[in-house]
Design a protein around this ligand. Structure first.
Ligand code: NAD
Ligand code: FES
Length: 273
């Protein structure tokens, strides 16, 4: 059992937790993720390790389905049944001088450890952070500690430019050059970012979060096609160079269990109201 030592509500959809897990924390590297189970019957939830110290790891999750709703019911002092990790390959840190981070919504959480690692190695780091509203811009204070410039985009115009992160990126590319962009967020945002970056000759890395079950390369659920070859996001990623990724296939696969997920939410959460 793993103790939740701290919890924060970041906005109406997103929460932050610190979990005591010393063995995981000691071995964690930027890009690694965890699989969390809330109770012994729980679904396995893959979540990026956002930060870690000697004793604990922090996670950020969006209350999207039944299992993340259950996780959200836990408070500081409660325990999680399982915290397995660190899983996945650490981020491949490239030998570059300038990086542009592009975060869409909750994608700001998995982007954070990677971008911080680039900054720690002396790379100049700029960030575009986008969300539905001002309240959906995550980790802004934390990013300010190491980013040279931060640009904001919101769907409703409540902070920064009204529009998508890709629109801000296109404007930036008129004035700045970057060796690499790291884009993390909804699949459609990552797909559109790659298309834009190809136009401006900017390399793109992404982090993928397809449906995962075991997280150890055995079930095949997290498969992704890259340059015509099958890769498993849990053991070959979750970070990948983005250029050859079949995003359209991933978008179809991401919706495979939507109906079942909605059904279980109505059944279990509805029954409690
Ligand atoms: P969201 O739908 O609110 O979008 C966030 C931002 O992405 C928008 O504000 C916009 O700037 C940009 N965006 C959205 N659609 C776009 C488009 N068509 N073109 C260009 N930019 C666009 O996102 P959310 O609800 O906060 O995020 C949830 C998504 O992030 C989920 O789909 C989840 O799977 C994904 N996610 C990915 C990872 C990962 O590791 N890759 C981790 C966590 C979440
Ligand atoms: Fe099963 Fe990746 S989650 S193979």
């Amino acid at each position: 059992m793993y103790e939740i030592t701290e919890k924060k509500i970041l906005n109406q959809d997103v929460e932050w937790m610190r979990i005591k897990a010393p063995f995981v924390a000691k071995n964690a590297k930027p890009g690694n993720f965890l699989i969390v189970r809330v109770d012994e019957f729980g679904e396995r939830i893959p979540l990026t390790i956002v930060t870690h110290d000697e004793m604990s790891v922090t996670i950020i999750y969006q209350k999207l389905g039944y299992s993340t709703q259950l996780l959200s019911e836990k408070q500081a002092g409660d325990f999680l049944f399982d915290v397995v990790g660190p899983l996945g390959l650490p981020s491949h840190i490239r030998d570059v001088k300038t990086v542009l981070g592009i975060a869409g919504g909750v994608g700001a959480a998995p982007l954070f450890p990677q971008l911080k690692e680039y900054a720690r190695r002396g790379v100049i780091v700029d960030l575009i952070i986008g969300g539905r509203t001002k309240d959906h811009l995550l980790l802004v204070d934390e990013y300010q500690e190491f980013c040279r410039n931060i640009y904001f985009a919101t769907d409703d115009g409540s902070c920064g430019q009204k529009g998508f992160v890709t629109q801000v990126a296109e404007q930036l590319y008129q004035e700045h050059t970057y060796d690499l962009a790291i884009a993390i967020g909804p699949l459609i945002m990552m797909k559109n970012t790659v298309l834009l970056n190809k136009k401006y000759n900017v390399l793109t890395d992404v982090s993928l979060n397809p449906i995962m079950i075991d997280g150890t390369g055995m079930c095949g659920n997290c498969r992704v096609t890259i340059n015509g070859k099958t890769k498993f996001a849990c053991v070959d990623g979750p970070d990948f160079p983005a250029e050859g990724i079949d995003f359209d296939e991933l978008m179809v696969r991401q919706n495979y269990y939507k109906e079942e997920e909605n059904h279980i939410c109505r059944l279990k959460l509805g029954a409690r109201k």
